[in-house]
Design a protein. Structure first.
Length: 152
């Protein structure tokens, strides 16, 4: 198993808790996330980490010119009013873990996300590229999705 990590960030003009509320709702990410086609809540509860929701997700990533369909479960956990973690197993032996924080700054909110991709060595580069494409796009479009212009 090989692990790679990357970070994405953006600034928005809404409260930190509103950003986390939105990011926890995977059913609102179609068109924002490069591959999400559908997400349906499958289970929810509370653990020592916080309140969680399991989602049944359908994505259509690309491999060269070809699109293919992935169906998997994703667990999103609110760890505080301004942070969340996500755990996604998009394929056998592959795990994406995200840690997101939203911090009030200069009248807006600075949002950062660290994405860790773990996969067998033949897949880790591909999985990291696909995750980077999806999360970079999502963070670039997040200010518009929240209905507010970006805040610097």
């Amino acid at each position: 198993m090989v692990t790679r990590t990357f970070d994405v960030e953006t600034a928005v003009s809404v409260a930190p808790s509103a950003v986390i509320d939105f990011l926890l709702r995977l059913d609102q990410h179609h068109g924002l996330h490069a591959y999400v086609q559908c997400a349906v809540p499958a289970a929810s509860g509370i653990s020592e980490e916080g309140q969680w929701t399991d989602w049944q997700v359908t994505e259509t990533p690309r491999f060269g010119p070809f699109r293919y369909t992935l169906r998997f479960r994703a667990r999103m956990t609110r760890t505080s009013t301004t942070s969340l973690t996500g755990r996604v197993r998009p394929a056998p032996g592959c795990l994406l873990t995200t840690h997101t924080t939203a911090i009030a700054r200069n009248g807006g909110t600075h949002v950062t996300e660290s994405v860790t991709v773990s996969a067998p060595w033949p897949l880790v580069g591909y999985m990291q590229r696909q995750a980077r494409i999806a999360h970079t796009r999502m963070f670039a479009l997040l200010p518009q999705a929240l209905g507010a212009p970006p805040h610097s």
